[in-house]
Write a protein that binds this ligand. Sequence first.
Ligand code: GLN
Length: 486
Amino acid sequence: MSLHELSLRELGEGLRAKKFSSRELTQHYLGRIGRHDPALNSYITVTADRALAQADAADARLAAGQGSALTGIPLAQKDIFCTSGVRTSCGSKMLDKFIAPYDATIVRKLDGAGMVMLGKANMDEFAMGSSNETSFYGPVKNPWDVERVPGGSSGGSVAAVAAGLAPVATATDTGGSIRQPAALTNLTGIKPTYGRVSRYGMIAFASSLDQAGVVARSAEDAAVVLQAMSGFDPLDSTSVERPVDDYVGALGASIRGLRIGLPKEYFAEGLDPGARACIEAAVKVFEGLGASVREVSLPNAPLSVPTYYVVAPAEASSNLARFDGVRYGHRAEGVHTLEELYKRSRGEGFGAEVQRRIMIGTYVLSHGYYDAYYLKAQKVRRLIYDDFRRAFGEVDLILGPTAQSVAIKLGDKSDDPVAMYLNDIYTIAANLAGIPAMSLPAGFHQDLPIGLQLMGNFFDEGRMLNAAHQYQQATDFHKRWPKGFA
Ligand code: GLN
């Protein structure tokens, strides 16, 4: 087997047994990026020198018998995380020249664990999008069909991992940006409970929804990295002060007796029959593993997209006010007044989708509309949360589709924002409620991957990851590689 086919556990074992060094592994990945990334555009910045220096430091730690399970293993960081001394663009012209002066907490933690950062992954501008077509650096292509989108906004993270240009990557999910692209590229992606992973140094889109997580080639790989990223951070005021469960240790337990709920609203009109067939087959696998399956209802789930498109733009309009051309980011030239500086810097620095969100957000927060839109959306958000509380009184996990169908062709929906927004119809509710959720490979339709979504109760990541792991012991969809990237 080639190095890029190994799991994180196998990579760790190989490094410890000196079958290969971290430098060799890093060079292997840098070589693959050089060969394959021109077709995919999954990286905005490749940090080869920094990576090799980190690899040498990891080799020294390993030689001294030190380090963690992740020491010497490469990864890609979504370009939304601040990396000291390295450009952090967030996919935007606004930050094209921004060199972060500090590391995001998760960058610090993964560096501390000895991981090797290969580079910064492409993404939709400010994480707004479902197809990775809004990046200032151009669209990312799906390794399963380069004429198709990889999903978004973490499209660079998933394309890199799916094509073997990184063994694992970080990602973020505000309304589905970990799970939906994972589904469209045959990966396992997890968004943990809101507050479980620090948001410090993660460029804010919609602060009450944003959550960092992992995209990987298996639940086991995802568990190892999530373990290292999670935990209380005094630098993030919404970080939860609660010990991190042993996700890796939870893998392997039988799921006999696990109660799984199928929300009937997730199997209604709009779900492609090909995707439905994959999900139904997966339900049978879970039953075969001893889980009991019943229908549940999330009656307010159909309201999640309109609720999100009030709350998320409102928060975005406030968060993105900091990009004013004065403190950092793009500054227009040849301006004469302060107002002109603001207008032109923001007009030139932000792309169309970002500007649209800022305008919607400013509108719904403005006097006279606040009660009708923003306050109403907050109330509906509570109802969506209440639906999950009720459902988790009856079941342990909720199972459904991640996306309505397979990846769309590039350009198919890029002129129709509402059609694009509906892509996240199954994923957004988890962000509004704050619960953990993940996507895992559940088969293929027209030779393209279909993802299965699991949602768990607050802080139940361990149980969810183990259920995914058991499913992956019984299936091999997650082991398939896209042709051309073997
Ligand atoms: N597609 C959604 C949006 O554009 C979600 C993005 C995300 O999760 N970052 O807002």
